[in-house]
Write a new protein. Structure first.
Length: 300
């Protein structure tokens, strides 16, 4: 399959420049790692940016306790292969200790509970910059982010108070207790990500490829059947050939009917679909501003 290699190399160079700038400006940066393709891309770019040295940033995963098992297996294997330090913030532990209260009912999700766990992990590790794989094309709130996105001492984001970024000059100055969220692949699209991962032959979780899975339909979205979701009486489980376009908490990550079994198949599918990749995320459907509301409180 033909790719616009010069375009992908320009995106790669921009992202590597940002990663190196983060290493130069901040004392304790960390990579937010979810096990999804975008965070995998960030880790791959960081590996290239500092090779032959090891990645100079630890990986931080906020584990809801409701992840796909395939995600956790991939996460552990990747960190071990790269020799990267893996830090896990546990939502389950926060619930058990009384620091977080779990939602109840059929639409219960631990997505919002990630905020407190994330902020606690950043504070405990004294991390002053958290890098992640959010892209501007995936959601309207994320389109408002700069490459260097300032967070106040409470971890909150003010989308109306963003710093200018002219000529690739990034202002990382902050006060005590504040930190930055860094988005090195802001200018990439979903198609760019897949084409680059194919070009670089990056190993990916099996969830992204078509497979047989027990699912049920809820409000037009297919969800993977699991013990974490309380089903309604009329929701029947059946077997379908599906894959994930995004990877997150099983309770809110929709799966897609798909026969895409290779990266080339996925690229063709992404190039022709009219549905955004987050169109199957039920957490984004709670309100028109669901993502922005979460981000203002400290969500990634």
């Amino acid at each position: 399959m033909d790719y616009n290699i010069s375009h992908l190399k320009e995106l790669e160079a921009e992202s590597i420049f940002i990663l190196r700038d983060v290493a130069a400006q901040f004392e304790r940066p960390v990579i937010m790692f979810s096990g999804g393709k975008d965070s995998i891309l960030i880790v791959h770019l960081a590996h290239k940016a500092f090779y032959p040295a090891k990645i100079p940033f630890p990986l931080l995963h906020v584990d809801t306790g409701h992840n796909f098992p395939e995600t956790l297996e991939y996460r552990d294997n990747l960190s071990e292969r790269l020799g990267a330090k893996l830090i896990i913030g546990s939502v389950e532990e926060a619930i058990q200790s009384g620091q977080a209260v779990e939602e109840k009912g059929v639409n219960a999700s631990r997505n919002m509970l990630q905020i407190g766990v994330l902020l606690s992990a950043l504070e405990k590790g004294k991390f002053d910059a958290a890098m992640g794989g959010a892209r501007r094309d995936e959601e309207k709130a994320r389109a408002k982010e700069r490459f260097f996105s300032h967070r106040d001492e409470f971890g909150q984001w003010d989308p109306k108070n963003q710093r200018p970024e002219l000529w690739n000059l990034f202002n990382g100055r902050k006060q005590m207790g504040e930190h930055f969220r860094i988005f090195p692949i802001s200018n990439w699209t979903e198609l760019d990500v897949w084409q680059y991962l194919a070009m670089e032959n990056v190993e990916l979780p099996s969830l992204y490829f078509s497979h047989q899975r027990e699912v049920f339909e809820r409000d037009g979205t297919l969800l993977a059947d699991c013990d974490y979701i309380l089903k309604r009486p009329d929701e029947k489980v059946f077997t379908e050939t599906v894959r994930c376009r995004t990877i997150g908490d099983m309770t809110c990550t929709g799966v897609w009917k798909s026969n895409a079994s290779t990266v080339e198949d996925i690229i063709e599918e992404v190039a022709t679909t009219r549905m955004t990749e987050r169109g199957g995320r039920t957490d984004d459907k709670r309100s028109e501003t669901a993502m922005e509301d979460r981000k203002k409180e400290g969500y990634f």
